[in-house]
Design a protein around this ligand. Structure first.
Ligand SMILES: C[S@@+](CC[C@H](N)C(=O)[O-])C[C@H]1O[C@@H](n2cnc3c(N)ncnc32)[C@H](O)[C@@H]1O
Length: 228
């Protein structure tokens, strides 16, 4: 799937080359480079979206964060570089092999101590966090970039875990632009996720507990701020 929904690939390239790559930290460039040969390299968070996440994390002074969907670690490293030295990230993924591709770069960047990687399905991890005292209402930031069918389940749990004023960002909320295509024009392999994403976008838009902003960065990133 092509990343981005801009009017031309050249315009996207312009954004990357004019304002993302010149300021992208070296370890993030390295993670992109080692991910390139992975058969699912397209899954890595888009660098322009990562740049926006870094800014959000720093505006929030985020210290305690969760990430669901790590893959080789681009967004994880982006978060680890943006939070302070005593910041913590609970990072969850089913795919340990992919995480191990980026791990040497995370170590070299000197930020591994901020990361608690949990090799697991995400839902039980969120349930466990909610059962442990002091976690509810304690997280500053969450990033979700995993199985679309579960976004709604993650959302309910993450809203409990976040502080008021905390932010959760959901990736792929435009699903390659397919959310705005008639269903019959959507390739079969995209359909089920496209329908999950459409439903999820409706859930977010009618949720009075959050303020939302769907940004057309990467594959669509929805920023939600917890209001109550
Ligand atoms: C799009 S990739 C994440 C990309 C990552 N954020 C990055 O910047 O490289 C999605 C990841 O979600 C993980 N995943 C999918 N379903 C999951 C689940 N139910 N629980 C935990 N991880 C899951 C996959 O193993 C995959 O590595």
């Amino acid at each position: 799937m092509e990343k981005g929904i801009l009017q031309s690939p050249e315009l996207y390239q312009y954004i990357l080359e004019s304002s993302v790559y010149p300021n992208e930290p070296e370890p993030l460039k390295e993670i992109r480079a080692v991910t390139e040969s992975h058969p699912r390299a397209y899954m890595g968070t888009a660098p322009d979206a990562g740049q926006m996440m870094s800014m959000l994390l720093q505006l929030l002074n985020a210290k305690k964060t969760i990430e669901i969907g790590v893959f080789t670690g681009y967004s994880l490293l982006c978060t680890a570089l943006a939070i302070p030295d005593d910041g913590k990230i609970i990072a969850v993924d089913l795919d340990l092999d992919a995480y191990e591709i980026g791990l040497p770069i995370i170590k070299k960047a000197g930020v591994e101590h901020k990361i608690n990687f949990i090799h697991s399905e995400a839902l039980p991890v969120l349930n466990n966090l909610l059962e442990t005292s002091d976690n509810e209402g304690s997280f500053d930031f969450a990033y979700v970039d995993a199985d679309k069918i579960n976004y709604r389940n993650y959302h309910e749990r993450l809203l409990k875990l976040l502080k008021v004023g905390g932010i959760v960002v959901y990736d792929n909320t435009l699903w390659g632009g397919s959310v705005a295509m008639p269903e019959e024009q959507v390739a079969e392999v995209w359909k089920s996720n496209r329908n999950s994403v459409i439903e999820f976008n409706e859930v977010l838009a009618s949720d009075s507990r959050i303020q939302i902003c769907l940004t057309p960065l990467g594959d669509g990133m929805t920023i939600c701020r917890k209001l109550i």
